[in-house]
Design a protein around this ligand. Structure first.
Ligand code: 5GP
Length: 345
């Protein structure tokens, strides 16, 4: 007989922060930097823990350079060659504290990952990203990566439940990527019926990870700065964004003009667009689980990141958190049936 968990699970849109008395005078008083020591690598992190996703239209070298100015992190997508990495690292050595090299779990991926780390030994972060982080093969892959790269900080995912967060941390990962199905160009929930509302996934996974001294990333589902704050409020150590960073100068791809308006193409990493680009098409045994959209061209990403960080700072002043570190402790979410007045949309 199938089992049914009837506890209500929530998304960002289902809650708001309850404001709290505060002694803060202005959002300029809020410190968004966090410091972490990672459980398995023992490496130290210091920065603003927002991350650009390792999608090929988001996690570009250009994005890393722009976000690095704000001490914000970029998971670089896996399609750059070791030579391109070496050139990037030569020209910008200081940026490496805020970037990860990404890899899938195939043998070809692993060979390339090893070649990149050989070419750029000072890159400290490895992002192991698969659509389904529940497979035994992936756990073995995390173990192998930990063994071969004992001092690198390993990001691994994606999963949405506490027991799998624990398994990946105990297998050598430091930071677990949380999110199945919330993404702006993801169709997993439609194609497979699998998923977990993101706010609840973050609350539950953060609890599991922190209990072991590990960390988590809330990956996907943020549509506005308020959602980024909610992810931090729910206990995420990092918040990863795809769609919110799409459509900028730094987002890769060409600008196309339609009816006098400018657009950029944005697509899921398992959309048919991505599969055609990198694998010559959608394999017959699998469905594409991502879509392709045109997003309005938004210029330089600088103003977008300022808007996001300004929003998170402002959340902190509403709940009396002087540091981002205090935000989840100061968070009381209230469940809502409506969060914004739509009259002029
Ligand atoms: P967003 O910030 O756009 O809501 O979500 C970004 C996240 O969506 C990515 O970091 C990644 O985890 C996920 N994602 C990217 N491409 C795809 C895809 O093709 N299919 C699925 N299921 N998820 C995707």
């Amino acid at each position: 007989m199938p089992r049914l968990d009837s506890d209500i699970k929530l998304d960002f849109k289902d809650v708001l922060f309850r404001p709290k008395r505060s002694t803060l005078r202005s959002r300029a008083d809020v410190d968004l930097c966090r410091e972490f020591v990672f459980r398995n690598s023992k490496q130290h992190y210091n920065g603003v823990p927002v991350m650009a996703s390792n999608m090929d239209t988001v996690g570009t070298f250009e994005m890393a350079l722009a976000l690095g100015q704000f001490d914000v992190f970029t998971c670089i997508h896996k399609h750059y060659s070791p030579e391109e990495w070496a050139k990037f690292a030569d020209e910008n050595p200081t940026i490496l504290k805020n970037v990860a090299v990404s890899s899938g779990s195939g043998d070809v991926d692993y060979t390339k990952l090893s070649a990149i780390i050989k070419a750029v030994p000072s890159v400290q972060y490895i992002c192991l990203d698969v659509a389904n982080g529940y497979s035994e093969h992936f756990v073995d892959f995390v173990r192998r990566t930990r063994k071969d790269f004992p001092n690198h900080t390993i990001i691994a995912g994606n999963v949405v439940t506490g027991e799998m967060v624990e398994e990946l941390i105990l297998s050598g990962a430091d930071i677990i990527k949380v999110g199945i199905g919330p993404g702006s160009v993801c169709t997993t929930r439609k194609k497979t019926g699998v998923g977990y509302p993101q706010l609840s996934a973050v609350i539950e996974c953060a609890d599991a990870a922190h209990g072991l001294g590990g960390h988590i990333i809330s990956d996907g589902g943020c549509t506005c700065p308020g959602d980024v704050s909610k992810a931090f409020g729910a206990g995420a150590d990092f918040v990863m964004l795809g769609g919110m960073f799409a459509g900028h100068d730094q987002s890769g791809g060409e600008i196309v003009e339609k009816d006098g308006k400018k657009f950029k193409t944005f697509y899921g990493m398992s959309s048919s667009t991505a599969m055609k680009k990198y694998h010559g098409g959608v394999k017959e045994y699998r469905a594409s689980e991502g879509k392709t959209v045109e997003v309005e061209y938004r210029g330089d990403v600088n103003s977008t990141i300022q808007d996001i960080l300004g929003g998170v700072r402002s959340t902190c002043t509403y709940v009396g958190a002087q540091k981002l570190k205090e935000l989840s402790r100061r968070t009381t979410f209230i469940r809502v049936t409506q969060q914004i007045n739509q009259i002029f949309n």
